[in-house]
Design a protein around this ligand. Structure first.
Ligand SMILES: Nc1nc2c(ncn2[C@@H]2O[C@H](COP(=O)(O)OP(=O)(O)O)[C@@H](O)[C@H]2O)c(=O)[nH]1
Ligand SMILES: [Mg+2]
Length: 445
């Protein structure tokens, strides 16, 4: 279990390092108030009150002025960490911030570890572990869908779901205990059958709550691969979607040989686009490797964007690619619509990388495909792993009961599942887990 939390005072720059409009230095711990009074002198005759933003000047230990600044003292427990917190908003720039930090260190304050402010908020009971993790997800979110998922988690979506399951588990465990204590009144066989059914149901609910797809997409983005034979306009489409000249466009077939990548945000999701070598039979080695990579990218993508030249008749290679991608999640794109329509193809999108025609419809289609559900509570890899483990423990209990195992044996598995779920909210955590969660944070958060 957790060792007692060090009762010391920490400080860090809370804003990104480098030049900026303002730099915020944050202090948390029992000495925050003394530090505030030692460093900061409010202008005029303002009185220092908790949660009141003051204007004044900062001085170091030798009485030398460091900067003019705004400062606020937030006394416990109404603060981010539930400890006394002081924040100094100084002029942006490395020099001023490091002078403030040096002055604080000279007063016995220690530099904060990564995520230590949020870790203290957790240890002091202000937020549970899933909400602490949500803070980090929110900071790192790329795209609105990711930030919404993080916000749902921060608002307690995961906690509420896990607590509800834990409560039902506790009542199952209580039922099992009652059947063991009062064998005359409760029929053990009946109780075991009932318990097995309920444990199996809870296991199913845990598994159904995991959104593997959302977890992966919110974390790394949606993969869309542009594929097709040479010269149909794949590189031109990549450039048009990225709004920059990333890939080389020529009318010489076989120019793109390696996979070229770029990311955009569509419908609030980060979309990673890859432009690949044109797929065709060829003899030259470098191009052959490129074609092999193109095939791999096509298979690995969440969405294959199969590009055809809509202004010229379909070739045998096109037909082959249409067959090859039929079973994949794909969108067929008929490019070069500015040159007219050579053949009809139901369900395909007509676009022109050159004129921009149809490009909005293409963006909308990619966005539609990249949408995550947003209604399943578990979208973090760590939470899903624990949920699956708890589900397996519950299923073990259910199977054992159906095989005639005694109630007290199954009760052990129920309690094991409870412990496992406690790892999500942080009821049951050790230092090692906390270190691994919080070390991923940035310093100052
Ligand atoms: N008219 C027209 N030409 C295009 C269009 N898209 C690409 N091209 C031309 O087709 C040729 C091949 O384009 P590129 O993007 O390199 O094709 P890739 O080999 O599939 O990557 C170049 O000469 C482009 O300028 C389009 O929408 N309309
Ligand atoms: Mg190309």
């Amino acid at each position: 279990m957790l060792t007692a939390y060090p009762n010391d005072t920490i400080a860090a720059l809370a804003t990104p390092p480098g030049q900026g409009g303002i730099a915020i230095v944050r202090v948390s711990g029992p000495a925050a108030r003394t530090c505030f009074d030692a460093l900061f002198r409010p202008a005029g005759n303002q009185t220092v009150e908790s949660h009141r933003l003051l204007y004044g000047h900062l001085y170091d230990a030798s009485g030398e002025m460091i900067d003019e600044c705004m400062a606020v003292l937030m006394l416990a427990p109404r603060s981010y960490t539930r400890e006394d917190v002081a924040e100094f908003q100084a002029h942006g720039g490395e020099q001023v911030a490091s002078q403030i930090l040096a002055a604080l260190y000279s007063l016995g304050v220690r530099p904060a570890d990564p995520g230590e402010f949020t870790r203290r908020a957790f240890l002091n009971g202000r937020i549970d572990l899933s909400r602490a993790e949500a803070v980090m997800r929110l900071i790192e979110a790329q795209g609105q869908q990711a930030s919404r998922a993080a916000l749902r988690q921060l608002n307690g979506g995961v906690s509420a779901f896990v607590r509800a399951i834990q409560e039902q588990l506790l009542s199952l465990a209580a039922g099992a205990a009652a059947a063991l204590d009062y064998p005359e009144e409760i029929d053990e066989e009946e109780a075991a059958g009932d318990l097995a059914q309920k444990a199996a149901d809870l296991a199913q609910r845990l598994l159904a709550a995991c959104d593997e797809r959302a977890a992966r997409l919110l974390d790394t983005g949606f993969e869309a691969a542009l594929c097709g034979r040479p010269n149909v306009g794949k590189s031109s489409l990549l450039n048009a979607l990225l709004c920059e000249e990333r890939a080389i466009v020529t009318d010489i077939p076989g120019t793109t040989r390696d996979v070229v990548r770029g990311s955009i945000t569509l419908g609030g999701m980060r979309v990673n686009l890859s432009d690949t070598a044109g797929i065709r039979e060829q003899t030259e080695t470098v191009e052959a490797i490129g074609v092999e990579r193109a095939r791999q990218a096509m298979q690995a993508a969440d969405l294959t964007l199969l590009v055809l030249d809509g202004s010229a008749p379909l070739t045998a290679e096109d037909e082959q690619l249409l067959r090859e991608t039929a079973a994949l999640n794909r969108v067929v794109i008929l490019n070069k619509s500015d040159r007219g329509e050579a053949f009809p193809l139901p369900g395909a999108l007509r676009v022109s990388a050159k004129s921009g025609q149809g490009m909005d419809a293409l963006r909308q289609e990619i966005a539609r495909q990249a949408k995550v559900r947003g209604d399943l509570p578990l979208t973090s890899a760590r939470h899903m792993q624990l949920a699956r483990q708890a589900a397996a423990q519950l299923q073990t209990a259910a199977d054992a009961l159906r095989d005639g195992a005694p109630l007290d044996l199954a009760a052990v598995d129920l309690h094991a599942a409870l412990d496992t779920l406690g790892g999500i909210t942080g009821d049951r955590v050790d230092e090692k887990l906390l270190d691994s969660v919080f070390s991923q944070f940035c310093v100052g958060k």
